[in-house]
Design a protein around this ligand. Structure first.
Ligand code: B12
Ligand code: SF4
Ligand code: SF4
Length: 306
């Protein structure tokens, strides 16, 4: 293969931009993942997440017609573990600082510009981080960045699960970092995430019913939180970290180097009634944070029902 950009150069640039790890694979979703995804849809585990029904997420070429390689980036957001506090809602750790979509967008733009300069070619890439419908974890596993946990998250060999993904489809030839048997089950007899989930959303190893997951109700859903889910919320106002807090792979990794996800860069760790009253006066404080997605009415609804 004629290499357009060597791996070392990609690694060096991605580190400089703030990504913690990078892998490269062919821009093709593995058959097993397509099958698992279609079966997930057949069971209606996506609930009201209608964007999940867009099946171009299985076909990178429909997203970027000349897609040959996928460059996948992993970014740690690991923060200190915080306890639940009576009268305050706990914010999931990925959401305490800046919105990762914004952080990634600017890094991906810089990466694509650099690829264009390096190769002297244009229109060679399209970036994504939740912004186009694609099975990001499947590509990360294929690129050898880690493996699937029973909680359905990517477990990175050094960073654990408190990571976020983003990527670039490109027409360039870049050496692959793929590994043998990337989808080998590696959780062994551990079932800690399944046992700890307060709403039994991980209905079997590697399968999550989004409709039962606190994250779905506290981040994504536009509907009232159903009574049975509401009663099982131990005190989150946005998102949920329980199936990651209990994972043994998260004990050793260090806290995130990136400052973007620090609580002081966004809404912080807790929100109480006074904070929400203040936000009523200054709603612009939510801009640029993940909580903007839910909005003040949604946050109020959650806090007053916990
Ligand atoms: C929809 C979605 C949700 C939904 C549904 C979650 C889900 N598991 O599908 C909800 C709202 C519940 C959600 C919650 C969260 N999310 Co979310 N979400 C997504 C999104 C947009 C799509 C996920 C998807 O493709 N689902 C489809 C189903 C079929 O995929 P799956 O459950 O992963 O199933 C796969 C495996 O289980 C595997 N599989 C099936 N059977 C078997 C058997 C074996 C043996 C093996 C090995 C594998 C295997 O095959 C399936 C297909 O690949 C992605 C971004 C993206 N575009 O990829 C972010 C993403 C997955 N979310 C992310 C995050 C951070 C979260 C939360 C931690 C946020 C929070 N703190 O509240 C929680 C975690 C909940 C959890 N345990 O998953 C990150 C995860 C990063 C990582 N390290 O894995 C992503 C990648 C966003 C990003 N760009 O960083 N999310
Ligand atoms: S995020 Fe919370 S509710 Fe969702 S699967 Fe994990 S532990 Fe269960
Ligand atoms: S808690 Fe155990 S079963 Fe769940 S993902 Fe981590 S290692 Fe796997």
């Amino acid at each position: 293969m004629n290499v357009d950009v060597p791996l070392d150069a990609i690694r060096h640039k991605s580190k400089e931009l703030g990504f913690d790890d990078v892998g490269v694979c062919e821009a093709k979703i593995p058959e097993e993942d397509i099958e698992a995804y279609l079966s997930w849809l057949r069971n209606n585990y996506q609930g009201d997440l209608s964007y999940m029904e867009n099946q171009i997420r299985c076909d990178p070429v429909q997203i970027f017609p000349n897609a040959k390689s996928a460059i996948i980036f992993v970014t740690s957001y690991k923060q200190e573990k915080k306890p639940f506090v009576n009268g305050s809602g706990l914010i999931a750790s990925y959401a305490r600082g800046r919105d990762y979509h914004h952080v990634h967008r600017s890094r991906l733009k810089k990466m694509i510009l650099w690829l264009e300069e390096y190769t002297g070619k244009s229109e060679i890439a399209r970036g994504f981080s939740d912004s186009v419908p694609v099975l990001e974890k499947a590509l990360a596993v294929k690129a050898g960045l880690g493996w699937f946990g029973k909680n359905t998250l990517l477990i990175h060999r050094k960073l654990g699960t408190f990571t976020l993904l983003s990527g670039i489809f490109t027409s360039l030839n870049i050496p692959y970092t793929t590994v043998l048997n990337p989808r080998l089950p590696r959780c062994g007899t551990c079932n800690k995430c399944i046992d700890a989930c307060p709403t039994q959303a991980i209905i079997s190893p590697y399968t999550l019913d989004a409709k039962k997951c606190l994250s779905y109700h506290l981040i994504e859903s536009k509907k009232e939180i159903p009574e049975d889910i509401r009663k099982k919320n131990p005190g989150y106002i946005f998102g949920c970290d329980i199936c990651q807090d209990v994972c043994p792979h998260n004990v050793r990794p260090p806290l995130a180097e990136s400052q973007d996800f620090r609580p002081e860069k966004g809404m912080g760790v807790y929100l109480n009634i006074d904070d929400l009253a203040q936000l009523e006066q200054t709603p612009e404080k939510l801009f640029g944070t993940p909580l903007k997605r839910r909005g003040l009415p949604g946050l109020k609804n959650t806090l007053f029902s916990t």
